[in-house]
Design a protein around this ligand. Structure first.
Ligand SMILES: *Cc1c(COP(=O)(O)O)cnc(C)c1O
Length: 360
């Protein structure tokens, strides 16, 4: 039996990619805001219903460019301990201090009710994550940010195509960032996006992502976050299939939902959310039960991921102590089950049997 991993990268028909390769061979422009990149940025803005979108090299640089564009390069940033390490590492890389606030056990996102108590005189921003594509409490976060003059950055790496109250989730906050890594729902091999609410912030991103200069006019510190035409070509191919990809994942999501025991806690998608079916997290009773389940799945050639583990406040290079008991407990007992469009019903049944057996 073939190995089943937590995700399986979507590959568009090879001929479709070749058509774009021919265009690249003709233009001889491989990078630096080439025609395919411009086309992808336009198509993404229209698909996602957002403006001021910049396609960049990856989702981590997207976060760093976002911080620089909002002039955040020192001070404290309130953030979530339950995310991929890049959320925290980009804060540290920009020489800021992460202040971890515990999560809501239902949404797995930062608990907005606990944010205010964490604000210090040195707090510059809130960097929150729409975990597994489930929206943060964007309204409450906006109120707190206004009251304390904080910037808001959403790491929306999981939120491609998600809508909240009929509006793109990516339109909330001062900036939202995406990851288009090969393991994500929509991918460009490596890639990401920075989406700014304000035009003046968008103009700063435009400069920052290409070394901070326009011809000989060097107006600010920048970096190289430019994506290539080859990445843009992959994005243009995949965007044509994205609605089918999401539709197929919906089938997988619903099949899990109908087969998994009610003892397994998973995502509850609120009715005002149009979800993208990006992930299928399963929270077990405790770490021991989780490890036993993973062991049994592995024996059947099925490889879920402990996602996210560890709770980021417990990273060895974080010296400050934070109390995040909910994130710590969930991190120790959660995994993401295999989730991709061509996962067969038969395989989902097998996975659910093993998981349910362990949950007894
Ligand atoms: C994948 C991911 C990132 C990093 O994106 P890359 O494109 O891999 O650099 C950041 N944050 C979250 C929540 C992610 O899942």
């Amino acid at each position: 039996m073939d190995k089943i991993y937590v995700t399986r990268t979507f590959m568009p028909p090879l001929e479709e990619y070749e058509t774009y390769l021919e265009k690249i061979w003709q233009s001889r422009q491989l990078t630096n805001q080439g025609p395919l990149l411009v086309e992808l940025e336009e198509k993404l803005q229209s698909y996602l219903q957002v403006e001021n979108l910049h396609f960049v090299t990856n989702g981590t640089l997207a976060l760093q460019v976002a911080m620089q564009a909002l002039d955040i390069n020192q001070g404290d940033i309130i953030t979530t301990p339950f995310s991929y390490v890049a959320t925290t590492s980009s804060i540290l890389w920009e020489r800021c201090r992460p202040l971890f606030v515990d999560i809501d056990p239902e949404t797995l996102c930062i608990d907005a009710d606990k944010i205010e108590a964490a604000v210090t005189s040195d707090t510059k921003a809130i960097m929150a994550v729409h975990v597994f594509g489930n929206p943060c409490d964007v309204e409450k976060i906006e109120v707190i940010a206004k009251k304390h003059s904080l910037k808001v950055i959403y790491d929306a790496a999981h939120a491609f195509g998600v809508e909240y109250k009929g509006k793109s989730l990516l339109s909330y906050g001062d900036i939202s960032t995406c990851s288009f890594h090969a393991t994500k729902l929509f991918h460009t091999i490596e890639g990401g996006a920075v989406i700014a609410k304000e035009k003046n912030v968008s103009d700063r991103i435009e400069l920052i992502k290409r070394f901070g200069h326009d011809a000989d006019n060097h107006s600010m510190l920048g970096i190289n976050a430019k994506a290539s035409e080859f990445q843009a070509a992959m994005g243009l191919c995949n965007l044509k299939h994205i609605d089918d990809i999401i539709q197929e994942r919906k089938r997988v999501f619903e099949t899990y939902g109908s087969l998994l025991s009610s003892k397994i806690k998973t995502l509850t998608i609120p009715p005002q959310v149009k979800y993208n079916y990006g992930y299928y997290p399963a929270v077990m009773e405790n770490e021991q039960q989780l490890l036993a389940t993973i062991h049994d799945l592995n024996s059947s050639n099925i490889f879920p991921r402990r996602y996210f583990y560890p709770s980021l406040n417990e990273l060895p290079y974080i010296s400050d102590k934070f109390s995040c008991p909910i994130s710590e407990k969930i991190s120790r007992s959660i995994m993401c089950l295999p989730m991709y469009g061509d996962l067969a019903d038969e395989d989902i049944r097998k996975i659910c049997e093993i998981v349910n057996h362990n949950a007894k």
